[in-house]
Design a protein around this ligand. Sequence first.
Ligand code: GLC
Length: 571
Amino acid sequence: MKMRMLAVFIFFFGFITNNFSQTNSTNQKWWKEAVVYQIYPRSFKDSDGDGIGDLKGIISKLDYIKSLGVDVVWLNPIYSSPNDDNGYDISDYQNIMKEFGTMKDFDVLLKGLHDRGIKFVMDVVVNHSSDEHEWFKQSRSSRTNPYRNYYHWWPAEKGEPPYRFSQFDVNHNAWKYDSLTNAYYLHFFSTKQPDLNWENPKVRKEVFDMMNFWAKKGVDGFRLDAFQFACKDTTWPIFPKEDYPKDFIKYHAMVDPIHNYLKEMYDNVLSKYDVMSVAEGAGRNFQDAHDLVDADRNELNLAYAFDPIDARWSKDYSMLKMKKIFSKWDSVFVNKGWLSIFLANHDNARLVSRFGNDEPQYREVSSKMLTTFLLSMRGTPFYYNGDELGMTNIRLSKIEDYKDIAALNGYKYVQSIKGDTSKFMTFLKESGRDNGRTPYQWNTSINAGFGTGKSWLPVNPNYKTINAELENKDANSCLNYFRKAIQLRKQNKVLVYGKYNLIDADNEKVYAYTRELNGKKLLVVLNFTKENTSFKTVYDLSKAKILLSNYSITSKNKTLKPYEAVVFEIK
Ligand code: GLC
Protein backbone atom coordinates (compact mmCIF):
# COMPACT_ATOMS: atom_id res chain seq x y z
CA MET A 1 0.00 0.00 0.00
CA LYS A 2 2.77 2.35 0.97
CA MET A 3 4.59 1.58 -2.31
CA ARG A 4 1.43 2.34 -4.24
CA MET A 5 1.03 5.68 -2.50
CA LEU A 6 4.60 6.54 -3.26
CA ALA A 7 4.09 5.69 -6.93
CA VAL A 8 0.98 7.87 -7.04
CA PHE A 9 2.85 10.69 -5.36
CA ILE A 10 5.72 10.41 -7.80
CA PHE A 11 3.28 10.37 -10.70
CA PHE A 12 1.49 13.51 -9.53
CA PHE A 13 4.68 15.21 -8.51
CA GLY A 14 6.10 14.49 -11.96
CA PHE A 15 2.94 15.77 -13.60
CA ILE A 16 2.91 18.94 -11.54
CA THR A 17 6.60 19.73 -11.98
CA ASN A 18 6.42 18.98 -15.69
CA ASN A 19 3.50 21.27 -16.32
CA PHE A 20 4.72 23.78 -13.80
CA SER A 21 8.09 23.92 -15.53
CA GLN A 22 6.39 24.79 -18.80
CA THR A 23 4.37 27.69 -17.53
CA ASN A 24 5.88 28.92 -14.31
CA SER A 25 6.83 32.54 -14.79
CA THR A 26 9.77 32.32 -12.37
CA ASN A 27 11.29 29.91 -14.84
CA GLN A 28 11.05 32.47 -17.59
CA LYS A 29 14.31 34.34 -18.05
CA TRP A 30 15.45 36.83 -20.63
CA TRP A 31 18.46 34.68 -21.45
CA LYS A 32 16.23 31.72 -22.22
CA GLU A 33 14.20 33.80 -24.65
CA ALA A 34 17.21 35.45 -26.27
CA VAL A 35 18.89 34.69 -29.55
CA VAL A 36 22.63 35.18 -29.08
CA TYR A 37 24.59 36.44 -32.06
CA GLN A 38 28.30 35.71 -31.88
CA ILE A 39 30.60 38.24 -33.50
CA TYR A 40 34.21 37.39 -34.28
CA PRO A 41 35.63 40.92 -33.92
CA ARG A 42 38.78 40.27 -35.93
CA SER A 43 36.72 39.47 -39.00
CA PHE A 44 33.53 41.51 -38.74
CA LYS A 45 34.39 45.02 -39.96
CA ASP A 46 37.69 46.87 -40.21
CA SER A 47 37.30 50.63 -39.73
CA ASP A 48 40.93 51.74 -40.12
CA GLY A 49 42.29 49.74 -43.04
CA ASP A 50 44.82 47.64 -41.11
CA GLY A 51 43.16 44.43 -42.29
CA ILE A 52 41.88 43.56 -38.80
CA GLY A 53 38.30 44.04 -37.68
CA ASP A 54 37.81 46.38 -34.74
CA LEU A 55 35.31 47.88 -32.30
CA LYS A 56 34.67 50.99 -34.40
CA GLY A 57 33.88 48.62 -37.26
CA ILE A 58 31.25 46.87 -35.14
CA ILE A 59 29.89 50.24 -33.99
CA SER A 60 29.40 51.23 -37.64
CA LYS A 61 27.24 48.12 -38.11
CA LEU A 62 25.02 48.41 -35.03
CA ASP A 63 21.90 49.21 -37.01
CA TYR A 64 22.50 46.17 -39.18
CA ILE A 65 22.90 43.99 -36.08
CA LYS A 66 19.68 45.44 -34.72
CA SER A 67 17.93 44.68 -38.01
CA LEU A 68 18.65 40.98 -37.53
CA GLY A 69 16.38 40.83 -34.50
CA VAL A 70 18.98 39.26 -32.21
CA ASP A 71 18.85 40.04 -28.48
CA VAL A 72 22.39 39.46 -27.30
CA VAL A 73 25.80 39.96 -28.86
CA TRP A 74 28.70 37.83 -27.68
CA LEU A 75 32.12 39.06 -28.74
CA ASN A 76 35.19 36.83 -28.76
CA PRO A 77 37.93 38.25 -26.49
CA ILE A 78 38.76 41.89 -27.04
CA TYR A 79 41.32 42.33 -24.24
CA SER A 80 45.02 43.16 -24.69
CA SER A 81 46.72 40.16 -26.20
CA PRO A 82 49.81 39.19 -28.19
CA ASN A 83 47.39 37.12 -30.29
CA ASP A 84 49.05 33.76 -30.22
CA ASP A 85 45.50 32.33 -30.24
CA ASN A 86 43.59 35.36 -31.57
CA GLY A 87 42.86 36.98 -28.23
CA TYR A 88 42.41 33.80 -26.18
CA ASP A 89 45.80 34.61 -24.67
CA ILE A 90 45.18 37.67 -22.53
CA SER A 91 47.94 39.92 -21.28
CA ASP A 92 45.70 42.48 -19.55
CA TYR A 93 42.12 41.67 -18.58
CA GLN A 94 41.15 45.29 -18.02
CA ASN A 95 42.30 46.79 -21.28
CA ILE A 96 41.34 46.59 -24.93
CA MET A 97 43.54 44.98 -27.61
CA LYS A 98 45.35 47.71 -29.53
CA GLU A 99 44.20 46.44 -32.94
CA PHE A 100 40.59 46.53 -31.75
CA GLY A 101 40.58 50.07 -30.34
CA THR A 102 40.31 51.67 -26.94
CA MET A 103 38.24 51.47 -23.77
CA LYS A 104 36.40 54.54 -25.03
CA ASP A 105 35.41 52.60 -28.16
CA PHE A 106 34.23 49.79 -25.92
CA ASP A 107 32.03 52.18 -23.92
CA VAL A 108 30.53 53.56 -27.13
CA LEU A 109 29.89 50.04 -28.40
CA LEU A 110 28.22 48.94 -25.19
CA LYS A 111 26.02 52.02 -25.09
CA GLY A 112 25.19 51.60 -28.78
CA LEU A 113 24.02 48.05 -28.16
CA HIS A 114 22.04 48.99 -25.05
CA ASP A 115 20.41 51.94 -26.84
CA ARG A 116 19.14 49.42 -29.36
CA GLY A 117 17.88 47.04 -26.70
CA ILE A 118 20.66 44.52 -27.30
CA LYS A 119 22.59 42.94 -24.46
CA PHE A 120 26.28 42.17 -24.43
CA VAL A 121 28.19 39.05 -23.37
CA MET A 122 31.90 39.15 -22.62
CA ASP A 123 34.24 36.22 -23.26
CA VAL A 124 36.13 35.40 -20.05
CA VAL A 125 39.29 33.39 -20.60
CA VAL A 126 40.56 32.35 -17.20
CA ASN A 127 41.72 28.79 -17.50
CA HIS A 128 44.91 30.44 -18.72
CA SER A 129 46.39 33.84 -19.39
CA SER A 130 49.03 34.94 -21.87
CA ASP A 131 52.66 34.29 -20.94
CA GLU A 132 52.98 38.04 -21.50
CA HIS A 133 50.60 38.82 -18.65
CA GLU A 134 52.33 40.57 -15.75
CA TRP A 135 51.28 37.71 -13.43
CA PHE A 136 53.17 35.19 -15.52
CA LYS A 137 56.18 37.43 -15.98
CA GLN A 138 56.42 37.68 -12.21
CA SER A 139 55.64 34.02 -11.69
CA ARG A 140 58.42 32.76 -13.92
CA SER A 141 60.99 35.24 -12.59
CA SER A 142 61.81 33.24 -9.44
CA ARG A 143 60.56 30.33 -7.39
CA THR A 144 59.92 32.61 -4.43
CA ASN A 145 58.04 35.34 -6.29
CA PRO A 146 54.61 36.00 -4.71
CA TYR A 147 53.02 35.23 -8.11
CA ARG A 148 54.77 31.87 -8.45
CA ASN A 149 51.69 30.02 -7.28
CA TYR A 150 49.42 31.77 -9.78
CA TYR A 151 50.38 29.05 -12.27
CA HIS A 152 51.22 25.35 -12.18
CA TRP A 153 54.98 24.68 -11.89
CA TRP A 154 56.86 21.39 -11.66
CA PRO A 155 60.44 21.63 -10.33
CA ALA A 156 62.83 19.84 -12.68
CA GLU A 157 64.70 18.14 -9.83
CA LYS A 158 61.60 15.95 -9.38
CA GLY A 159 62.25 14.55 -12.86
CA GLU A 160 59.97 14.93 -15.85
CA PRO A 161 56.41 15.92 -14.97
CA PRO A 162 53.65 13.34 -15.60
CA TYR A 163 52.55 13.65 -19.22
CA ARG A 164 49.60 15.89 -19.94
CA PHE A 165 48.04 16.41 -23.36
CA SER A 166 48.12 19.90 -24.89
CA GLN A 167 45.69 20.75 -27.64
CA PHE A 168 47.89 23.28 -29.42
CA ASP A 169 51.42 22.19 -28.58
CA VAL A 170 53.61 21.08 -31.48
CA ASN A 171 54.45 17.90 -29.54
CA HIS A 172 51.14 17.66 -27.67
CA ASN A 173 53.05 18.00 -24.43
CA ALA A 174 51.39 20.35 -21.94
CA TRP A 175 54.53 20.91 -19.84
CA LYS A 176 57.12 23.39 -21.05
CA TYR A 177 60.56 23.53 -19.53
CA ASP A 178 61.72 26.99 -18.47
CA SER A 179 65.44 27.22 -17.74
CA LEU A 180 65.11 30.48 -15.79
CA THR A 181 63.96 28.61 -12.70
CA ASN A 182 64.69 25.07 -13.83
CA ALA A 183 61.02 24.11 -13.80
CA TYR A 184 58.18 23.18 -16.12
CA TYR A 185 54.93 25.10 -16.42
CA LEU A 186 51.58 23.72 -17.55
CA HIS A 187 49.77 24.81 -20.70
CA PHE A 188 46.75 22.85 -21.88
CA PHE A 189 46.67 25.07 -24.95
CA SER A 190 49.69 26.79 -26.58
CA THR A 191 53.03 27.40 -24.84
CA LYS A 192 52.00 31.05 -24.69
CA GLN A 193 48.84 30.17 -22.73
CA PRO A 194 50.02 29.04 -19.28
CA ASP A 195 47.25 27.58 -17.10
CA LEU A 196 46.24 29.61 -14.08
CA ASN A 197 46.22 27.84 -10.74
CA TRP A 198 42.62 28.00 -9.53
CA GLU A 199 43.55 26.34 -6.25
CA ASN A 200 45.17 29.63 -5.27
CA PRO A 201 42.47 31.84 -3.65
CA LYS A 202 44.35 34.93 -4.85
CA VAL A 203 43.84 33.85 -8.47
CA ARG A 204 40.14 33.42 -7.86
CA LYS A 205 39.92 36.83 -6.26
CA GLU A 206 41.72 38.45 -9.21
CA VAL A 207 39.26 36.81 -11.60
CA PHE A 208 36.20 37.84 -9.59
CA ASP A 209 37.50 41.43 -9.27
CA MET A 210 38.03 41.53 -13.02
CA MET A 211 34.53 40.20 -13.71
CA ASN A 212 33.08 42.79 -11.32
CA PHE A 213 34.97 45.49 -13.19
CA TRP A 214 33.20 44.54 -16.44
CA ALA A 215 29.84 43.91 -14.77
CA LYS A 216 29.98 47.40 -13.25
CA LYS A 217 30.62 48.78 -16.70
CA GLY A 218 27.30 47.24 -17.64
CA VAL A 219 28.03 44.03 -19.50
CA ASP A 220 25.11 41.61 -19.39
CA GLY A 221 26.83 38.29 -19.29
CA PHE A 222 29.93 36.17 -19.34
CA ARG A 223 30.95 33.22 -21.47
CA LEU A 224 33.44 31.14 -19.52
CA ASP A 225 35.99 29.94 -22.01
CA ALA A 226 37.36 26.42 -21.49
CA PHE A 227 36.29 26.70 -17.88
CA GLN A 228 35.91 23.00 -17.30
CA PHE A 229 39.71 22.78 -17.56
CA ALA A 230 40.25 25.26 -14.73
CA CYS A 231 40.18 22.46 -12.15
CA LYS A 232 42.56 19.63 -12.78
CA ASP A 233 43.70 16.71 -10.73
CA THR A 234 46.90 18.13 -9.23
CA THR A 235 47.84 14.83 -7.68
CA TRP A 236 48.89 14.30 -11.32
CA PRO A 237 47.88 10.65 -11.82
CA ILE A 238 49.57 8.86 -14.71
CA PHE A 239 47.86 9.76 -17.95
CA PRO A 240 48.05 7.52 -21.04
CA LYS A 241 50.29 8.98 -23.72
CA GLU A 242 48.26 8.72 -26.90
CA ASP A 243 48.03 10.83 -30.03
CA TYR A 244 44.57 12.21 -29.31
CA PRO A 245 43.62 10.71 -25.96
CA LYS A 246 39.93 9.98 -25.78
CA ASP A 247 39.57 10.43 -22.08
CA PHE A 248 41.70 13.45 -21.50
CA ILE A 249 38.82 15.42 -20.03
CA LYS A 250 38.82 12.95 -17.13
CA TYR A 251 42.27 14.09 -16.06
CA HIS A 252 42.16 17.60 -17.40
CA ALA A 253 38.80 18.86 -16.37
CA MET A 254 35.81 19.14 -14.07
CA VAL A 255 37.75 17.95 -11.06
CA ASP A 256 36.54 18.86 -7.57
CA PRO A 257 36.14 21.52 -6.29
CA ILE A 258 35.08 23.13 -9.57
CA HIS A 259 31.51 23.49 -8.32
CA ASN A 260 32.71 25.28 -5.17
CA TYR A 261 34.66 27.71 -7.32
CA LEU A 262 31.59 28.35 -9.42
CA LYS A 263 29.50 28.94 -6.31
CA GLU A 264 32.15 31.40 -5.16
CA MET A 265 31.93 33.12 -8.54
CA TYR A 266 28.17 33.21 -8.17
CA ASP A 267 28.36 34.76 -4.68
CA ASN A 268 31.08 37.24 -5.56
CA VAL A 269 29.95 38.28 -9.01
CA LEU A 270 27.03 36.66 -10.79
CA SER A 271 24.42 36.99 -8.04
CA LYS A 272 24.95 40.74 -7.84
CA TYR A 273 23.80 41.58 -11.37
CA ASP A 274 21.18 40.49 -13.85
CA VAL A 275 23.75 38.75 -16.00
CA MET A 276 23.74 35.51 -17.92
CA SER A 277 26.55 33.04 -17.54
CA VAL A 278 27.42 30.30 -19.96
CA ALA A 279 30.10 27.65 -19.79
CA GLU A 280 31.96 26.49 -22.82
CA GLY A 281 31.77 22.73 -22.54
CA ALA A 282 29.29 20.81 -20.48
CA GLY A 283 31.60 18.49 -18.61
CA ARG A 284 32.28 14.78 -18.89
CA ASN A 285 28.72 13.54 -18.74
CA PHE A 286 25.10 14.53 -18.35
CA GLN A 287 25.38 14.77 -14.58
CA ASP A 288 28.23 17.28 -14.88
CA ALA A 289 26.23 19.31 -17.35
CA HIS A 290 23.20 19.28 -15.15
CA ASP A 291 25.19 20.27 -12.07
CA LEU A 292 26.71 23.24 -13.87
CA VAL A 293 23.37 24.79 -14.72
CA ASP A 294 20.77 23.56 -12.25
CA ALA A 295 19.33 26.87 -11.04
CA ASP A 296 18.97 25.61 -7.48
CA ARG A 297 22.71 25.06 -7.22
CA ASN A 298 23.57 28.72 -7.88
CA GLU A 299 26.37 28.18 -10.33
CA LEU A 300 25.83 29.02 -14.00
CA ASN A 301 22.81 29.58 -16.24
CA LEU A 302 23.67 27.55 -19.27
CA ALA A 303 26.32 25.42 -20.87
CA TYR A 304 27.02 24.28 -24.34
CA ALA A 305 27.77 20.74 -25.22
CA PHE A 306 30.03 19.63 -28.04
CA ASP A 307 28.66 16.16 -28.76
CA PRO A 308 26.55 17.19 -31.76
CA ILE A 309 29.41 19.10 -33.35
CA ASP A 310 31.90 16.35 -32.61
CA ALA A 311 29.52 13.69 -33.86
CA ARG A 312 29.60 15.23 -37.32
CA TRP A 313 33.15 14.00 -37.91
CA SER A 314 32.79 10.63 -36.26
CA LYS A 315 32.93 7.60 -38.56
CA ASP A 316 29.44 6.52 -37.59
CA TYR A 317 27.80 9.94 -38.11
CA SER A 318 24.18 9.65 -39.11
CA MET A 319 20.96 11.58 -38.76
CA LEU A 320 19.77 8.97 -36.30
CA LYS A 321 22.80 9.56 -34.10
CA MET A 322 22.34 13.31 -34.28
CA LYS A 323 18.69 13.05 -33.26
CA LYS A 324 19.58 10.78 -30.39
CA ILE A 325 22.19 13.21 -29.10
CA PHE A 326 19.94 16.25 -29.23
CA SER A 327 16.99 14.36 -27.76
CA LYS A 328 19.10 13.02 -24.92
CA TRP A 329 20.45 16.48 -24.13
CA ASP A 330 16.94 17.89 -24.14
CA SER A 331 15.70 15.21 -21.76
CA VAL A 332 18.41 16.02 -19.21
CA PHE A 333 17.09 19.56 -18.91
CA VAL A 334 13.36 18.90 -19.00
CA ASN A 335 12.76 20.14 -15.49
CA LYS A 336 15.86 22.00 -14.44
CA GLY A 337 18.76 23.68 -16.11
CA TRP A 338 19.06 25.09 -19.58
CA LEU A 339 21.23 24.42 -22.60
CA SER A 340 22.41 26.41 -25.56
CA ILE A 341 21.77 25.22 -29.10
CA PHE A 342 24.52 25.73 -31.65
CA LEU A 343 26.18 23.98 -34.54
CA ALA A 344 28.92 26.42 -35.45
CA ASN A 345 31.21 29.02 -33.95
CA HIS A 346 34.72 30.45 -34.37
CA ASP A 347 36.25 27.06 -33.55
CA ASN A 348 34.47 25.25 -36.32
CA ALA A 349 33.80 25.00 -40.00
CA ARG A 350 30.96 26.99 -41.50
CA LEU A 351 27.47 25.83 -40.57
CA VAL A 352 26.30 25.17 -44.12
CA SER A 353 29.54 23.49 -45.19
CA ARG A 354 29.51 21.16 -42.22
CA PHE A 355 25.89 20.27 -41.62
CA GLY A 356 24.22 21.35 -44.85
CA ASN A 357 25.44 21.33 -48.42
CA ASP A 358 27.38 24.24 -49.89
CA GLU A 359 27.12 23.14 -53.52
CA PRO A 360 25.51 26.08 -55.36
CA GLN A 361 22.12 24.41 -55.95
CA TYR A 362 21.67 23.46 -52.28
CA ARG A 363 23.54 26.12 -50.34
CA GLU A 364 20.67 28.50 -49.71
CA VAL A 365 18.03 25.94 -49.03
CA SER A 366 20.20 23.85 -46.69
CA SER A 367 21.42 26.94 -44.89
CA LYS A 368 17.80 27.99 -44.26
CA MET A 369 16.97 24.48 -43.09
CA LEU A 370 19.76 24.69 -40.48
CA THR A 371 18.56 28.11 -39.39
CA THR A 372 15.10 26.64 -38.90
CA PHE A 373 16.58 23.93 -36.73
CA LEU A 374 18.66 26.28 -34.54
CA LEU A 375 15.74 28.62 -33.99
CA SER A 376 13.10 26.02 -33.26
CA MET A 377 14.79 23.87 -30.64
CA ARG A 378 14.48 24.19 -26.87
CA GLY A 379 17.54 26.01 -25.51
CA THR A 380 19.12 29.38 -26.21
CA PRO A 381 20.33 29.58 -29.83
CA PHE A 382 23.93 30.76 -30.27
CA TYR A 383 24.18 31.83 -33.87
CA TYR A 384 27.54 32.60 -35.47
CA ASN A 385 28.05 35.72 -37.61
CA GLY A 386 28.08 35.06 -41.34
CA ASP A 387 25.98 31.90 -41.08
CA GLU A 388 22.91 34.08 -41.59
CA LEU A 389 24.31 34.84 -45.07
CA GLY A 390 25.05 31.20 -45.72
CA MET A 391 28.81 31.90 -45.82
CA THR A 392 30.85 28.81 -46.70
CA ASN A 393 34.22 27.21 -45.93
CA ILE A 394 37.08 28.87 -47.79
CA ARG A 395 39.07 25.59 -47.94
CA LEU A 396 42.55 27.12 -48.11
CA SER A 397 44.83 24.64 -49.79
CA LYS A 398 48.32 25.64 -48.59
CA ILE A 399 49.35 25.44 -44.94
CA GLU A 400 51.13 28.81 -45.35
CA ASP A 401 47.73 30.43 -45.89
CA TYR A 402 46.43 29.31 -42.50
CA LYS A 403 46.64 31.58 -39.46
CA ASP A 404 45.13 29.43 -36.73
CA ILE A 405 47.64 28.08 -34.23
CA ALA A 406 45.75 24.81 -34.00
CA ALA A 407 46.17 24.30 -37.76
CA LEU A 408 49.80 25.41 -37.90
CA ASN A 409 51.01 23.43 -34.91
CA GLY A 410 48.83 20.48 -35.84
CA TYR A 411 50.58 20.38 -39.21
CA LYS A 412 54.02 20.54 -37.56
CA TYR A 413 53.01 17.69 -35.29
CA VAL A 414 51.97 15.51 -38.23
CA GLN A 415 55.28 16.32 -39.92
CA SER A 416 57.21 15.46 -36.75
CA ILE A 417 55.68 11.99 -36.56
CA LYS A 418 56.13 11.55 -40.31
CA GLY A 419 52.35 11.38 -40.69
CA ASP A 420 50.26 12.01 -43.79
CA THR A 421 50.30 15.80 -44.28
CA SER A 422 48.06 15.72 -47.33
CA LYS A 423 45.40 13.90 -45.31
CA PHE A 424 45.80 16.56 -42.64
CA MET A 425 45.28 19.28 -45.28
CA THR A 426 42.07 17.60 -46.41
CA PHE A 427 40.94 17.58 -42.81
CA LEU A 428 41.80 21.30 -42.43
CA LYS A 429 39.90 22.23 -45.57
CA GLU A 430 36.76 20.70 -44.17
CA SER A 431 37.06 21.41 -40.49
CA GLY A 432 39.87 23.93 -39.87
CA ARG A 433 38.91 26.89 -37.67
CA ASP A 434 40.04 29.47 -40.24
CA ASN A 435 37.07 28.43 -42.40
CA GLY A 436 34.77 30.13 -39.94
CA ARG A 437 37.01 33.17 -39.49
CA THR A 438 37.26 34.70 -42.96
CA PRO A 439 36.10 38.32 -43.20
CA TYR A 440 32.38 39.00 -43.08
CA GLN A 441 31.00 39.52 -46.57
CA TRP A 442 29.29 42.91 -46.64
CA ASN A 443 29.04 43.74 -50.33
CA THR A 444 30.62 43.33 -53.77
CA SER A 445 33.25 46.05 -53.33
CA ILE A 446 36.95 45.42 -52.67
CA ASN A 447 37.60 42.95 -49.81
CA ALA A 448 33.86 42.32 -49.68
CA GLY A 449 33.48 45.69 -47.94
CA PHE A 450 35.29 44.36 -44.88
CA GLY A 451 37.92 47.11 -45.03
CA THR A 452 40.32 48.85 -47.36
CA GLY A 453 43.53 47.06 -46.31
CA LYS A 454 44.61 43.49 -47.06
CA SER A 455 42.60 41.41 -44.66
CA TRP A 456 44.37 39.21 -42.10
CA LEU A 457 42.72 36.12 -43.61
CA PRO A 458 41.70 36.07 -47.27
CA VAL A 459 38.15 36.99 -48.17
CA ASN A 460 36.17 34.05 -49.54
CA PRO A 461 36.07 34.61 -53.35
CA ASN A 462 32.35 33.85 -53.38
CA TYR A 463 31.61 37.27 -51.81
CA LYS A 464 30.34 38.60 -55.14
CA THR A 465 27.25 36.44 -54.78
CA ILE A 466 27.11 35.86 -51.01
CA ASN A 467 27.00 39.15 -49.17
CA ALA A 468 24.80 41.17 -46.84
CA GLU A 469 23.96 43.97 -49.27
CA LEU A 470 22.58 41.66 -51.96
CA GLU A 471 20.79 39.47 -49.47
CA ASN A 472 19.24 42.42 -47.75
CA LYS A 473 17.45 43.33 -50.98
CA ASP A 474 16.30 39.79 -51.73
CA ALA A 475 13.17 38.79 -49.86
CA ASN A 476 14.06 35.11 -50.28
CA SER A 477 17.66 35.32 -49.13
CA CYS A 478 19.23 33.37 -46.26
CA LEU A 479 19.55 36.67 -44.41
CA ASN A 480 15.87 37.52 -44.63
CA TYR A 481 14.94 33.96 -43.76
CA PHE A 482 17.04 34.25 -40.60
CA ARG A 483 15.15 37.43 -39.68
CA LYS A 484 11.83 35.70 -40.26
CA ALA A 485 12.82 32.69 -38.19
CA ILE A 486 13.83 34.94 -35.29
CA GLN A 487 10.50 36.75 -35.43
CA LEU A 488 8.68 33.43 -35.41
CA ARG A 489 10.56 32.41 -32.26
CA LYS A 490 9.75 35.72 -30.63
CA GLN A 491 6.06 35.50 -31.47
CA ASN A 492 5.75 31.92 -30.28
CA LYS A 493 6.91 31.24 -26.75
CA VAL A 494 6.20 27.61 -27.49
CA LEU A 495 9.48 27.63 -29.45
CA VAL A 496 11.32 28.78 -26.35
CA TYR A 497 9.67 26.93 -23.49
CA GLY A 498 7.58 24.28 -25.18
CA LYS A 499 8.13 20.60 -24.55
CA TYR A 500 10.26 18.93 -27.22
CA ASN A 501 9.13 15.59 -28.54
CA LEU A 502 10.98 13.62 -31.22
CA ILE A 503 8.72 12.02 -33.80
CA ASP A 504 9.37 9.55 -36.61
CA ALA A 505 12.50 8.70 -34.65
CA ASP A 506 13.74 6.01 -37.07
CA ASN A 507 13.65 8.22 -40.13
CA GLU A 508 17.22 8.38 -41.43
CA LYS A 509 16.74 11.54 -43.46
CA VAL A 510 14.28 13.69 -41.63
CA TYR A 511 14.57 15.29 -38.22
CA ALA A 512 11.02 15.90 -37.01
CA TYR A 513 9.80 17.04 -33.63
CA THR A 514 6.94 18.80 -31.96
CA ARG A 515 7.08 21.72 -29.56
CA GLU A 516 4.14 22.06 -27.24
CA LEU A 517 3.09 24.62 -24.65
CA ASN A 518 -0.26 25.34 -23.05
CA GLY A 519 -2.26 23.61 -25.77
CA LYS A 520 -0.33 25.07 -28.69
CA LYS A 521 1.52 22.53 -30.80
CA LEU A 522 4.06 23.13 -33.55
CA LEU A 523 5.55 20.45 -35.76
CA VAL A 524 9.02 21.03 -37.22
CA VAL A 525 10.17 18.83 -40.10
CA LEU A 526 13.67 19.08 -41.56
CA ASN A 527 15.04 17.10 -44.48
CA PHE A 528 18.78 16.85 -43.90
CA THR A 529 19.45 15.29 -47.33
CA LYS A 530 19.46 16.27 -50.99
CA GLU A 531 16.85 13.65 -51.82
CA ASN A 532 13.10 13.94 -51.95
CA THR A 533 11.73 12.09 -48.98
CA SER A 534 8.77 11.64 -46.70
CA PHE A 535 8.02 11.47 -42.99
CA LYS A 536 5.46 9.87 -40.74
CA THR A 537 3.22 11.68 -38.35
CA VAL A 538 -0.13 10.98 -36.73
CA TYR A 539 -1.20 14.58 -37.25
CA ASP A 540 -3.56 15.59 -39.97
CA LEU A 541 -1.57 18.24 -41.82
CA SER A 542 -4.35 19.23 -44.17
CA LYS A 543 -5.69 21.51 -41.44
CA ALA A 544 -2.25 22.62 -40.22
CA LYS A 545 -1.06 26.17 -40.71
CA ILE A 546 2.37 26.68 -42.29
CA LEU A 547 4.29 29.17 -40.15
CA LEU A 548 7.65 28.96 -41.87
CA SER A 549 9.07 27.16 -44.88
CA ASN A 550 12.25 27.44 -46.94
CA TYR A 551 10.51 26.72 -50.29
CA SER A 552 7.98 28.98 -52.00
CA ILE A 553 5.55 26.08 -52.39
CA THR A 554 5.10 23.69 -49.50
CA SER A 555 2.94 20.62 -49.61
CA LYS A 556 0.99 19.14 -46.74
CA ASN A 557 1.27 15.57 -47.94
CA LYS A 558 4.12 14.54 -45.64
CA THR A 559 6.77 14.67 -48.35
CA LEU A 560 9.81 16.93 -48.39
CA LYS A 561 11.98 18.31 -51.15
CA PRO A 562 15.80 18.42 -50.78
CA TYR A 563 16.72 20.14 -47.50
CA GLU A 564 13.15 21.31 -47.08
CA ALA A 565 12.23 22.71 -43.67
CA VAL A 566 8.68 23.44 -42.53
CA VAL A 567 7.20 24.62 -39.26
CA PHE A 568 3.51 23.67 -39.03
CA GLU A 569 1.04 24.73 -36.41
CA ILE A 570 -1.13 21.71 -35.70
CA LYS A 571 -4.82 22.60 -35.50
C1 GLC B 1 38.16 27.91 -26.37
C2 GLC B 1 38.00 28.91 -27.48
C3 GLC B 1 39.07 28.68 -28.51
C4 GLC B 1 40.41 28.83 -27.85
C5 GLC B 1 40.54 27.92 -26.64
C6 GLC B 1 41.73 28.30 -25.80
O1 GLC B 1 37.93 26.62 -26.80
O2 GLC B 1 36.72 28.84 -28.03
O3 GLC B 1 38.97 29.55 -29.60
O4 GLC B 1 41.43 28.55 -28.77
O5 GLC B 1 39.42 28.01 -25.79
O6 GLC B 1 41.47 29.49 -25.13
